[in-house]
Design a protein around this ligand. Structure first.
Ligand SMILES: Cc1cc2nc3c(=O)[nH]c(=O)nc-3n(C[C@H](O)[C@H](O)[C@H](O)COP(=O)(O)OP(=O)(O)OC[C@H]3O[C@@H](n4cnc5c(N)ncnc54)[C@H](O)[C@@H]3O)c2cc1C
Length: 400
């Protein structure tokens, strides 16, 4: 590896790559290390929906329209329960702020390729084996594809290394790590089939949640809620199709034609790390916080973290040599993170049948009644609908 950088970014997910782009364009000496090879990154099915404000942020930072081109919009969601179906036009209620349909694997692949073309120092196939800090300066050991190990002592290590972050583990004894699991998981069903409906559909059913999400012209994602002890292989593809047709009230022959390519498991875990920095180690994205998948917020938060930290690093290591913004990074981000966690937690309890309140048959039926009640309120109460539209789309409360 070439000379010692001032900043080492661990991980080439959305957070690490956005940060790398901004440091590269500001001439801050950095290196990014990623354990996977370039062609492997982003191959797991993950995010597919990007908020309007994230695209605006990426546009202001010179990434959208340059390295990434956002076009396909999602403007509506439909709630389907056994009792009612309600199409909710959140883009209309937020002054024309839709989501953009943009799979995470494309975002990561295209941003990495754009950085490589620009000569940015991305080291694929390099895994961080050890990280630590003496309280002011971090140190780490990076293993290359040939097994050779290098010891580095940069000014800052950025943990952009996802939910099982080695950097987060290194500072866990010095910060609060607030963890919580929910008693359900979602099967993530990826299909090579066109969408069956032209917008997102959420099925709110006593048997559990299901979702229909557009991902591309020949790509549609489905979610199926199952108890936490059910694995990806425990349901046959036909059983999955039956659950989808029932919970989403989809036409069974159309569901029968779905070309299911993979079934993965998504555990419903939440976490906050406060503060998100200690001794020269800074955490961004899933390394710092996990949010329920309800409402599609995780990648958006990861990108917002990366942009804020990039500004702090540029001010600290650029001509101004001012560390104030870097030192305040966690304090700046944490209030917005809690607000988004609060929305996602509330929304998850409408979507899922197995919230922590649903302990037996009687209370499960009660919980389903609550879910129906919230959907009816979203349909009938203009104030609630406005709040939901803004929180869901990622618009500021002060936006129209
Ligand atoms: C099924 C699913 C659906 C989702 N849907 C949405 C959605 O619609 N909208 C949304 O906003 N969010 C969504 N999310 C959440 C989103 O995918 C994550 O929040 C996002 O990936 C976080 O990005 P990140 O850069 O923090 O971490 P990651 O994407 O996890 O990237 C971490 C990177 O670090 C690398 N790494 C890890 N350890 C090391 C090491 N020791 N050395 C070197 N490299 C290492 C990994 O290989 C990886 O490339 C979804 C997640 C899942 C699982």
């Amino acid at each position: 590896m070439p000379d010692e950088p001032r900043v080492v970014i661990v991980g080439a997910g959305p957070a690490g790559l956005v940060l790398a782009w901004l440091l590269h364009h500001a001439d801050v000496p950095f290196q990014l290390v990623e354990r996977q090879q370039q062609e492997q990154i982003g191959t797991q099915p993950k995010a597919g929906i990007v908020e309007y404000r994230t695209v605006e942020l990426l546009r202001r930072e010179g990434i959208a329209d340059v390295a990434l081109h956002f076009e396909a919009e999602n403007r509506r969601v439909e709630f389907r329960t056994p009792q009612l179906a309600h199409v909710f036009d959140y883009a209309d209620l937020t002054g024309d702020r839709p989501h953009y349909v943009f799979p995470q694997h494309r975002l990561v692949a295209e941003l990495a390729a754009a950085l490589v073309v620009r000569g940015a120092p991305l080291r694929f196939g390099h895994r961080v084996r050890e990280v630590g800090t003496d309280g002011t300066r971090p140190h780490l050991v990076v293993e290359g594809p040939d097994g050779a190990r290098q010891h580095l002592t940069p000014d800052v290590v950025v943990g952009a290394d996802g939910a099982s972050s080695a950097v987060a583990r290194a500072i866990a004894g010095h910060v609060d790590v607030l963890d919580r699991s929910l008693p359900a998981r979602w099967l993530v069903v990826s299909t090579a089939s066109p969408a069956l409906v032209g917008h997102t559909v959420y099925g709110i059913h006593p048997r559990g949640y299901a979702a229909h999400l557009r991902r591309g012209p020949q790509e549609t994602r489905f979610y199926v809620e199952v108890p936490a002890d059910v694995g990806a292989d425990d349901l046959t593809h036909d059983e999955i199709r039956t659950e989808l047709a029932e919970r989403l009230r989809l036409d069974p022959p159309a569901v029968a034609g779905l070309d299911i390519r993979s079934v993965d498991v998504l555990d419903l875990r939440t976490r906050m790390t406060v503060p998100m920095q200690h001794g020269g180690c800074h955490l961004v994205g899933d390394a710092a916080h996990l949010i329920t998948p309800a409402g599609g917020k995780g990648m958006n938060l990861a990108i917002a973290d990366a942009v804020e930290l990039a500004h702090g690093l540029v001010e600290a290591f650029g001509p101004t040599a001012d560390r104030k913004r870097l030192d305040a990074y966690s304090d700046t981000r944490v209030p917005a993170l809690w607000r988004t966690q609060a929305f996602s937690d509330w929304f998850l309890r409408i979507l899922t049948a197995r919230s922590s309140d649903a302990v037996d048959d009687g209370s499960a039926a009660f919980v389903h009644g609550l879910r129906e009640g919230w959907v009816a309120a979203l349909r009938d109460d203009a104030g609630l609908a406005r709040w939901f539209a803004h929180a869901y789309a990622g618009a500021e409360p002060t936006d129209p």
